[in-house]
Design a binder for this molecule. Structure first.
Ligand SMILES: [Zn+2]
Length: 400
């Protein structure tokens, strides 16, 4: 089949009067109509704006309904899973055809139900529980350690090289697609700070070795420069958040061909509306303090040529709900100055680099033919990114 489009964002380019040639659910070729051969049935979207399906490279398919991490460990697991299923459908409706979950006790099961077509949702790559050191970002500092160490909510604790290795192997055993670790403190954890590095070099190296041996890329929650470097120097593939990137960090990104997932959306929501949505006081405070440095880091990373992937860090409650994930693209344009086409590239071609499947990304030859029809051209009105009229996956219409 082939699809004639009005304006076509391919993920690397924008063409007027575009065409996508598709065979067996994959892109044969995309580009201008006079350059791409028409074979098979014609799908007429010649009056429409078409983009690749969006990818959210950092979210939590956790079914959370509050901003208090205490609730994330206390919520009933079946209830969390049921809510995460509802969230998955919202993501698909919003044009997110692939997502990378980076910490959840229910995402692996939800992934499998979606893959078996039992429930609608995007293609999911799941980390399962993320791995934190004791007293680290994934720990619940006010609870008895016994209650959380073996995994609750979104994290499990590990200390020392052997334990780190074992927990990484547990993730592989559970069928995780990516390994999520935490090499700095964070905003919503009570007693640490975003600038504190966490885990030792040997702990990080052990987890990365175990993950890479079985083909799992490694993502690290890393906000301060020391923890970003510890992650990159030990082979981590993607850096999440990156509030305080110095020049050495930027050089390391390029040298290691790592990808940066800044997660502007959650920071924006916490700073602008978190106080009305139950974000704990320590979280509000740390988010406000990091805000300016964060935006500055992202701008310098863009300037240095570091690949920037969209990721919202949304987890489900009203403040950061699944379905509004296009906010990240809007912020990349409005807050750090990406062009609309580059923001779409960030949400497709670049975000596709963060998952262990080479066929996810833009509409390059060989990739899954995942694409969207928008209600307008986002270069004229950014709001069009949220006005998703039709969603196609592997060449078949799955929504609207
Ligand atoms: Zn996160």
């Amino acid at each position: 089949m082939y699809v004639d489009c009005g304006t076509l964002f391919t993920g690397t380019d924008v063409v007027a009067d575009g065409r996508i040639a598709i065979e067996d659910g994959r892109v044969l070729e995309s580009g201008p109509q006079d350059a791409v051969e028409a074979t098979g049935d014609r799908l007429d979207l010649a009056a429409e704006v078409v983009t690749p399906g969006f990818v959210d490279a950092h979210l939590h398919l956790k079914g959370a309904r509050s901003m208090d991490p205490m609730d994330w460990v206390a919520d009933d697991t079946a209830l969390s899973a049921a809510r995460a299923v509802a969230d998955a459908e919202r993501l698909l409706d919003a044009g997110f055809t692939t997502v990378r979950d980076v910490g959840s006790n229910v995402a692996i099961g939800v992934r499998d139900a979606i893959a078996a077509e039992e429930v609608p949702g995007p293609r999911v790559f799941a980390a399962g529980l993320s791995i934190s050191q004791t007293g680290g970002h994934g720990d619940l500092h006010m609870l008895p350690r016994e209650w959380v160490k073996d995994g609750a909510g979104i994290s499990e604790l590990a200390d020392g090289e052997d334990e780190c290795r074992r927990v990484a192997r547990k993730r592989a055993r559970q069928g995780a697609d990516v390994l999520k670790i935490m090499t700095t403190g964070g905003v919503l954890s009570e007693k640490d700070s975003p600038t504190q590095a966490q885990f030792t070099d040997s702990e990080v190296a052990a987890m990365v070795e175990e993950a890479h041996r079985v083909g799992m890329p490694v993502a690290s929650h890393a906000q301060g420069a020391a923890g970003v470097k510890r992650a990159l120097e030990n082979g981590v593939d993607t850096i999440e958040h990156g509030f305080h990137l110095d020049d050495e960090c930027l050089d390391l990104f390029l040298e290691r061909e790592a990808t940066f997932v800044p997660t502007l959306a959650i920071m924006h929501r916490i700073v602008t509306a978190g106080a009305d949505h139950g974000v704990p006081e320590h979280g509000l405070q740390k988010a406000r303090e990091a805000r300016e440095a964060h935006l500055d880091s992202v701008e310098r990373a863009i300037e240095a040529g570091v690949p920037i992937a969209t990721g919202t860090d949304f987890i489900g409650p009203d403040l950061v709900p699944h379905g509004e994930n296009a906010l990240e693209l809007e912020l990349l344009v409005e807050e750090v100055g990406l062009s609309v086409a580059d923001a779409i590239a960030s949400a497709t071609t670049v975000a596709g680099r963060t998952v262990p499947d080479d066929s996810v990304g833009g509409l390059e030859a060989g990739n899954y033919a995942d694409f969207l029809v928008l209600g307008g051209d986002p270069r004229d009105d950014l709001g069009a990114l949220r006005d998703v009229r039709e969603v196609y996956r592997k060449g078949e219409r799955v929504r609207q």
